[in-house]
Design a protein around this ligand. Structure first.
Ligand code: SAM
Length: 235
């Protein structure tokens, strides 16, 4: 009988944000695949998990996926983790999950930490319908992506680096308006967690005077503009 692939979310900052089941599965599984074994070793040591650890990242996943599906085929269970959050969400995972699904193996993704959910909920922007865009293309395809988003009316979530945050906010303002509302979640669950909410104009001005650092999620709502009434009040 073949084994199973467990996809296991790990904390995005605060080490306490891991479930009891995730710890148990990581202890019981035959092998853990981690994006960066040194990063994950810290977490595993903290929870006294001594399961064998091997590296599986975007530079070797194509070469190694068959090796690991053979191991599952032989009856062993494998747990996949990434540096932070849920594997396959802007992280490696899709390839091995697809290979397991295609081969008819059981795949189970545990519910757990991921950055975009707390960022969306914290934002105060509409959360009943949203789209997750991950990282925007850095150069080629970037403008096209903004063009595609122009007709969008659902809340849009982006992952962004601190070095491109202002550029992204300015491009949102060019494609929508400076009065559209945005929320920037920074360093979620960490000591310096911060949520900056306001119009694009306000949030751009904030980050121009306080250069951003750390990990960032941008939550933008094409439908939420500062009303004329609010605008007049602030003038
Ligand atoms: N797999 C992860 C998840 O489930 O969210 C995402 C991994 S992706 C390589 C890393 C990006 O996620 C960061 O650049 C940032 O945009 C976002 N991110 C991860 N941790 C975060 C945190 N603590 N606060 C804010 N954003 C975070």
């Amino acid at each position: 009988m073949s084994g199973k692939l467990f996809v296991v979310p790990t904390p995005i900052g605060n080490l306490e944000d891991i479930t009891l089941r995730a710890i148990r599965i990581l202890k019981e599984t035959d092998l853990i695949l981690a994006e960066d074994t040194r990063t994950s070793a810290v977490l595993l040591k903290h929870y006294q998990i001594s399961t064998r650890l091997e590296s599986f990242h975007k530079f070797n996943e194509h070469k190694k996926v068959e090796h690991y599906t053979d191991i599952i085929q032989s009856g062993k269970n494998i747990a996949l983790i990434s540096d932070a959050g849920t594997p396959s969400i802007s992280d490696p995972g899709y390839l091995i999950v697809k290979a397991c699904v295609d081969a008819g193996f059981e795949v189970e993704c545990l519910p757990g930490a991921t950055a975009f959910v707390p960022a969306l909920v914290n934002s105060g922007l509409p959360s009943e319908r949203f789209i997750f865009e991950g990282f925007l293309p850095q150069k080629k395809g970037r403008n096209k992506r903004f063009d595609q988003l122009k007709g969008e009316d659902r809340t849009i979530i982006f992952y962004e680096s601190p070095f491109r945050l202002i550029k992204t906010l300015e491009q949102l303002a060019e494609n929508f308006s400076l009065q559209h509302k945005v929320s920037v979640a920074r360093e979620l669950s960490k000591i310096h967690e911060e949520n900056q909410r306001g119009t694009l104009e306000e949030v751009i001005a904030h980050y121009k005077s306080h250069p951003p650092k750390g990990e960032i999620v941008v939550v933008f709502c094409p439908r939420a503009r500062m009303s004329e009434h609010e605008q007049n009040d602030s003038e």
